[in-house]
Write a protein that binds this ligand. Structure first.
Ligand code: G6Q
Length: 546
């Protein structure tokens, strides 16, 4: 494939960017009453307003030409057809099969994966309902009250984010806990309040070799045995989610209590698989299936909608536009929903582990900037913190605002103020405030002369700062499923433009290898060759641990 910046579409976009210059969105809105209508989309129950972007009528056709030139149609078809598009690991990428709610078969190497997907989903549902109904009991015959998911990365962030988002749909008896960090404070803090006789552990690890998860799981088992459970009781209190039956059995978990998945499910794309077991436990089988339905509706939209009306395509291309032509190095995700507090962390992994790469699928350097830094916090909290920089800092940082239109908390005044703030922020970022407007405002407040002029530069807002606003009807499982699938496909679209394999993660390996060596050294093995900094730090840690 041609170097990206040499392609005709990229060159046309570069010329267009130069022509566009500093065109003001504020002026574009004033001149064009149809701008909102033309730059909004509905899909799978979600509404996207992308009118507050630095684009004119030529921009999207040029971005779409880039998508076509980079082979988006073919790449998308290859993913849905189960081709081995994760080329560096020689794997298919089929999270879409996990939420394929149609009768259409999906094949990997000529074999339909759907019967196995449905079989695990049914077992998960039965197990979740048995725990929820109090039929699955602990060793004292008491019902389970606490579920502790032990997993990390893709085996933690998705279910943790979704369980928090759907907490209002939770079962009144069941509390969900997530332990990921190797830091003993995490496990100890969670276990401190729990009774082993009423606790169920879900050990979630695709490989069942991850050091954090295996260490936490072994300590959890010791805690369980020390707290009154016997070896024979482990089967009622430990279940596994994994692709590795051999290791699950070696850990001592009954294979009847293992929920499997497959190598074509990437960790960060796995919440739709058995990795979503904590979600099913929390909200029940039917609502877990609604989550899948919402994602499936977005999958259908991604496959069927023309590119120019395709939500993941538009979001992905706008991201490429700012990264490639405005030098935007980060994207702020601001959910106006406290329940979505973990969404930015979830998207950080989804986007940055997928597209945080600098070589193409065939190993050549990518000659354009790739994934920006993804970060954010819920609104309105962020407004009282980092929004200062979004409004008046030196960097252009696009923002994704995300808000549910309806809330279930019964505090309508709060929700009105929440939505008002969400809309106000995207408006303020876009319109800004000119020096003349500041002068008029200060004058009206009784200021004049030098005192007024001294304040003007501090109170000017440059404006013209872009954002998308995504509205959900509410925080239902279906809307959340569609939202997550939207970002998954957005990431895929961007990977195709940049020519990246979005489904491997070699960048996390080096640190793991070095940590394993240093771990042995901290346990007493002689020190190997190290730079002076690392050696000095290892010696200090050894002294502290002695
Ligand atoms: C995700 C990554 C990574 C992975 C964790 C946990 O895409 O591969 O975050 O999920 O390292 O791995 P295990 O599930 O194998 O323990």
């Amino acid at each position: 494939m041609d170097q990206l910046t040499n392609t005709p579409a990229w060159r046309a976009l570069a010329a267009h960017r130069a022509e566009l210059g500093d065109v003001r969105m504020r002026a574009q809105f004033e001149a064009d009453p149809g701008r909102f209508e033309r730059h909004t989309l509905r899909a799978a129950g979600l509404f996207l307003d992308y009118s507050k972007n630095r684009i004119d009528d030529r921009t999207l056709p040029l971005l779409l030409a880039l998508a076509r030139e980079r082979g988006l149609d073919g790449a998308r078809a290859a993913m849905f057809a189960g081709r081995r598009i994760n080329n560096t690991e020689d794997r298919a990428v089929l999270h879409v099969a996990l939420r394929n709610r149609s009768d259409t078969p999906i094949e990997v190497d000529g074999k339909d994966v759907m019967p196995a997907v449905r079989e695990v989903l049914a077992r998960m549902g039965e197990f979740a309902e048995a725990v929820r109904e109090g039929l699955w009991r602990g060793y004292t015959r008491e019902a389970i009250t606490d579920v502790v998911n032990i997993g990390i990365g893709g085996s933690d962030l998705g279910p943790a984010m979704v369980c928090q988002a759907l907490a209002t749909h939770g079962h009144p008896r069941l509390r969900m806990h997530f332990v990921s960090n190797i830091d003993g404070d995490h496990l100890a803090g969670v276990l401190a309040g729990l009774n082993p006789a009423r606790t169920l552990f879900v050990i979630a690890s695709k490989t069942f070799t991850t050091i954090e998860t295996m260490t936490n799981a072994a300590s959890a088992r010791k805690w369980f045995l020390a707290g009154g459970g016997s070896e024979a009781d482990i089967a009622r209190h430990f279940v596994a989610v994994s692709t590795n039956a051999e290791r699950v059995a070696a850990f001592g978990i009954d294979l009847a209590n293992m929920f499997g998945f497959w190598d074509w499910v990437g960790g960060r794309y796995s919440l739709w698989s058995a990795v979503g077991l904590p979600i099913a436990l929390q909200v029940g089988r039917a609502r877990f299936e609604e989550l899948l339905d919402g994602a499936h509706a977005m999958d259908r939209h991604f496959v069927e909608a023309p590119l120019e009306a395709n939500m993941p395509v538009i979001l992905g291309l706008l991201g490429v536009w700012y990264r490639g032509f405005f030098g935007a190095g980060s994207l702020c995700v601001a959910p106006y929903a406290q329940a979505l507090a973990r969404l930015p962390a979830y998207l950080q992994q989804l986007e940055m582990e997928s597209n945080g790469k600098s070589v193409t699928r065939d190993g050549q350097p990518v000659d354009a900037a790739t994934c920006p830094v993804i970060w954010g916090e819920p609104g309105t909290n962020g407004q009282h913190a980092f929004f200062q920089l979004l409004h008046q800092g030196t960097d252009l940082i696009p923002v994704d605002f995300i808000a549910p239109l309806a809330a279930g908390h019964g505090l309508p005044d709060h929700h009105r103020l929440l939505l008002a703030n969400c809309i106000a922020q995207s408006k303020a970022l876009m319109v800004g405030k000119s020096a003349d407007e500041v002068r008029a405002e200060l004058g009206a407040a009784g200021m004049a002369g030098e005192a007024l002029e001294a304040l003007v530069p501090h109170r000017v807002f440059p404006g013209n700062r872009p954002s998308n606003t995504l509205l959900l009807p509410d925080l239902s499982p279906a809307a959340l499923g569609a939202l997550i699938a939207l970002y998954e496909h957005k990431v895929f679209v961007q990977s195709v433009i940049w020519g990246i394999n979005a489904f491997d993660q070699w960048g996390v390996e080096l640190g793991k290898q070095i940590a394993s060596r240093i771990g042995a050294e901290l346990a007493g093995e002689p020190l190997g060759a190290h730079d002076a900094s690392s050696r000095g730090l290892i010696e200090m840690a050894r002294d502290a641990l002695a």
